[in-house]
Design a protein. Structure first.
Length: 88
């Protein structure tokens, strides 16, 4: 019985470790890409916030600080409530 309990605990622990590593991996990718993308933005914190939202949903960020949205169609197609581009 103790063995089964230990095995269950180990399986659950490995599941949560995998989940946290996956989340932190994507988060660091998005943070790095968005800082690069927003390097020349006038309001960097807002740019990084919306870029991060778009990156997490689309799993990509166009290269450079402006344009190149053809590299990431999902990023390019996201719109805000006013039907304007959401992603910087």
């Amino acid at each position: 019985m103790k063995f089964l309990h230990l095995l269950t605990c180990l399986l659950l622990l490995s599941f949560f470790v995998d989940l946290s590593m996956a989340a932190s991996g994507e988060g660091s990718f998005c943070n790095w890409k968005c800082k690069e993308r927003c390097a020349k933005a006038g309001v960097q914190d807002r740019c990084i916030k919306y870029c991060g939202i778009c990156c997490e949903k689309c799993h990509c960020v166009p290269s450079g600080t402006y344009g190149n949205k053809h590299e990431c169609p999902c990023y390019a197609q996201m719109k805000n409530s006013k039907r304007k581009p959401k992603c910087p």
